[in-house]
Design a protein around this ligand. Structure first.
Ligand code: SD4
Length: 342
């Protein structure tokens, strides 16, 4: 392959090359894009959730199919404290689920406060693909799910959620202390490993072999939240954002603070300005810290992001945020996120 053919195969014309600035070396322009690739929040979930996502990507499937299948692993796990029907309930003892999905064509779908449906991410995808709307909540979202063939289930709390809820009821105190210290959250039933973490939303972002980006985010929200409370996870621009020209980002942690700064949208916009994924996530975390100087001591927020070159990064307010990245040979790497507050 000669130089012209090589550049054409990478989508770089001679004109683009001359306009892009003479200082860029051919070597940097020809660095292959790192794709396919998938990453997701909280390594203890990524190590299983990235597996079906990677299978789809490595077989040439779309990033959209990959992220949906990936996060469903967490939704289907009855021991997951914070995603799917096995998760911790709200203060009334009811599990309510939030999810959203976004593809490379700015298509979006979202559900919030959804009860008794196993896969909120699938309902979000159906909202995206089958309705003129982008978000359905509560009873309407449930009705739509049932109309689309999903069955109502999971009225009983899971074993772990029941224990955690009973423990929480003893004080009935809502203090959103996040899992900065593993095992030291206020809602953890003693010795209950499934509730070792008091949050574990899964946000997943991926790029497929065609270079298209998509993302998905699904959660039961903050354990023991007020009834009706919605966090960032089902809100496009807060818990998740994808711009196929720039990159994708997703968030986990205290949703109120992520909503306040339009967190995932902000990360993508910072990447648009030329920042690396890690720098962009860090800038967004700095914004949260600046706006909530007092709360920043007790809450956790983490972002992960990917750009169109397949570069990725993450950043958190506090320690103990990790994520899993699957690329190259299909191994999932554990990345301990950098963090701001020492
Ligand atoms: C929320 N962001 O509902 C979610 C909670 C979370 O890991 O991320 N938990 O605010």
């Amino acid at each position: 392959m000669n130089r012209r053919q090589l550049l054409a195969s990478l989508g770089i014309s001679g004109l683009a090359l001359s306009l892009k600035g003479r200082s860029q070396t051919i070597a940097s322009l020809t660095k292959p894009v790192n794709k396919p690739i998938v990453l997701s929040t909280w390594y203890n979930q990524s190590k299983t959730a990235n597996v079906p996502a990677w299978k789809i990507l490595s077989e040439g499937g779309t990033a959209l199919d990959a992220v949906e299948a990936g996060v469903q692993v967490s939704e289907n796990d009855p021991e997951n404290c914070c995603v799917g029907l096995g998760a911790n309930p709200d203060r009334e003892g009811i599990v309510t689920l939030d999810a959203c999905i976004m593809d490379h064509k700015y298509q979006i779908g979202s559900v919030a406060a959804l009860e008794q449906i196993k896969s909120p991410i699938h309902v979000a995808r159906l909202v995206m693909e089958k309705t003129p709307h982008v978000m359905l909540v509560g009873a309407g979202a449930q009705q739509f799910a049932v109309q689309n063939g999903m069955e109502l289930q999971g009225l009983e709390l899971s074993f772990h959620a029941k224990r955690a809820y009973e423990e929480w009821l003893r004080k009935s105190e809502y203090k959103p202390v996040m899992n900065i210290e593993k095992g030291h959250g206020p809602y953890i039933a003693p010795g209950d490993e499934a509730n070792e973490f008091n949050h574990d939303t899964i946000g997943m972002i991926a790029m497929d072999k065609n270079g298209n980006l998509s993302g998905a985010c699904t959660t039961s929200g903050m354990g023991f939240k007020m009834r009706g409370r919605i966090g960032d996870s089902p809100i496009i621009g807060a818990g998740l954002y994808v711009d196929n020209e720039v990159g994708a980002a997703t968030a986990t942690g205290q949703g109120e603070e992520v909503i306040r700064i339009c967190g995932s949208f902000l990360v993508v916009e910072f990447m648009r300005q030329g920042m690396s994924p890690e720098q962009a996530c860090k800038k967004a975390v700095e914004r949260i810290k600046k706006n909530t100087p007092k709360d920043a001591n007790t809450i956790q927020v983490g972002f992960i992001a990917i750009n169109k070159k397949g570069e990725y990064g993450g950043y958190a307010l506090h320690r103990n945020f990790d994520y899993g990245v699957t690329d190259g040979n299909g191994d999932t790497k554990k990345i301990d996120s950098k963090f701001m507050m020492q």
